[in-house]
Design a protein around this ligand. Structure first.
Ligand code: PMP
Length: 397
């Protein structure tokens, strides 16, 4: 099985053999190749794009940018900007579009956004006396194309959506939604693809958004590295959030001339070790048959759903077969369950998942969330369901 071979690349399983990791939506485990590459960088010296002697680091750093452009089918490498994560990337956009927003303009999001794709827009709306329009979802936890169409107007300047929800694992039908936005408005379209990148090869040209944001740590990469990417024309319109070294062509006491993309949006020393390591991870991912890895993943997700459905008093949020699923038990508190599960060495997430408005909308104080990645195997599910049975028995006593 390819997923078992893939699992062997992750030292976590050797070092934490008695734990069952089912929290990959929070962050995926790290392959040995990332750890080795990062260590190697820290044993060398120098920065990137600063000196004559740091050429090999600079080459590896820029190669990682090429690898991102290739994987996501970005038109030009200059339209790939390094950030510290999805949150940082979305803040760059929300700050950068500031001058294009006027009083009474509208910014549309859904109620299902992670705080990272909610709060920056709320703050932008507040700053510019614009209106934040928060759209509800249909019974399938998706944004209905007609609901979006009805909300659009000539006042709509921004539409920011998640591709896959970190709470439910449900994918939004962006292939239907984005053409509607394009037909009726000139709005900038932002996609938060943080939860999609692990199990989908997102094609930025096909989806046709202006901006995309994701974090490397959601796809076997390091923490502290993220990407903002999209259309060069759209990126060129945003003003920098951070000013400093390497983002300018010239500066005098009176005047600043900004550098071209991507550097104008990358002030300061980047996370070189992380970025070079992420490049290595992308190169390594190319050596695996992604379709086959996904087959194993979705087979496991189907099993997970079937087995969850067999429990009385359970409510699973949404009816999608997805590597990420949230659920609640009507007669048990999620935190009690998570605590007793953790005592049995089950790593899963419970709570509000950085999506307070969404949880409130769903009338939930919290959920339990299971999330799989390509290294999970049926034994992980067996461990989980055994532990769940024990937990429910303890709580019923
Ligand atoms: N959006 C979504 C959908 C997420 O799942 C996450 C991470 N949980 C984020 C944004 C924020 O990512 P980061 O904390 O890496 O910036």
């Amino acid at each position: 099985m390819i997923n078992t071979q893939f699992r062997q690349q992750f030292p976590y399983f050797k070092q934490n053999g008695n734990w069952t990791y089912l929290d990959s939506a929070a962050t995926t485990l790290k392959p040995q190749i990332l750890i080795d590459e990062t260590c190697q960088f820290y044993q060398s010296a120098g920065s990137v794009h600063r000196s004559q002697y740091d050429l090999s680091q600079t080459q590896a750093y820029e190669k990682a940018r090429d690898l991102v452009a290739k994987r996501f089918n970005v038109v030009t490498r200059e339209a790939v900007i390094w950030t510290s994560g999805t949150t940082h990337a979305i803040n760059i956009i929300a700050n950068g579009l500031d001058e294009q927003i006027q009083t009474d303009d509208e910014i549309i999001i859904t109620v299902a956004e992670h705080h990272a794709n909610f709060v920056p827009w709320q703050q932008l709306a507040e700053r510019k006396h614009a209106k934040l329009v928060v759209l509800p979802l249909n019974e399938n936890y998706q944004l209905e194309p007609t609901a979006l169409q009805n909300a659009l107007s000539e006042r709509t300047k921004i539409v920011a959506l998640n591709l896959v929800s970190n709470v439910t694992g449900v994918r939004q039908p962006v292939e239907a939604l984005i053409p509607i936005i394009r037909q009726y408005t000139e709005a900038k379209v932002i996609l938060d693809i943080a939860q999609a990148v692990c199990s989908e090869q997102v094609d930025v040209q096909k989806l046709d958004a202006d901006f995309y944001a994701f974090s490397a740590h959601k796809m076997y990469g390091p923490t502290g590295v993220g990407v903002l990417m999209g259309k060069s024309q759209s990126l060129a319109q945003i003003k920098p959030l951070i000013f400093g070294g390497k983002m300018l062509q010239n500066v005098t006491e009176q005047q600043l001339t900004l550098a071209e993309l991507p550097y104008r949006l990358e002030a300061g020393t980047p996370n070189i070790a992380g970025i070079i390591g992420f490049g290595k991870v992308l190169e390594w991912l190319e050596t695996w048959d992604f379709q086959q890895l996904n087959q194993g993943l979705y087979h496991l997700a189907t099993q997970m759903r079937k087995r969850l459905e067999s429990y009385p008093n359970i409510q699973i949020l949404g009816n999608a077969i997805s590597p990420t699923m949230s659920f609640t038990f009507s007669n048990q508190h999620h935190a009690d369950l998570a605590t007793i599960l953790a005592e049995q060495k089950i790593a899963l997430r419970s709570g509000e998942h950085c999506a307070k408005p969404y949880l409130r909308y769903l009338s939930k104080t919290g959920t339990l969330r299971l999330s799989l990645a390509h290294y999970n195997i049926s034994d992980d599910l067996n461990q989980f369901f055994n532990a769940l049975d024990t937990t429910l028995a303890i709580l019923q006593d």
